[in-house]
Ligand binder design. Sequence first.
Ligand code: SF4
Ligand code: SF4
Length: 71
Amino acid sequence: MTTFTWEGADVTIKVDHEKCTGSGECVASCPSEVYELQDEKSVPVNINECIECCTCVEVCPENAIIHSSCE
Ligand code: SF4
Ligand code: SF4
């Protein structure tokens, strides 16, 4: 199992760390700076800052991010 789940107050974000290449689009494009790379994998460390814009899901070239507000 390589998909990790983070539960925030309002949203749930899953990132498949097998798919994630550490390309950084999610880090760069999230307006709330939710993500950071840890060992070249995306982690939504500031999940409670999420404004549910769905940009991270749209920009990920690997479709590695599943967001509870963006399905
Ligand atoms: S955009 Fe996708 S592949 Fe790139 S770091 Fe973020 S989750 Fe990983
Ligand atoms: S939905 Fe928008 S605010 Fe929330 S983590 Fe993704 S890019 Fe950031």
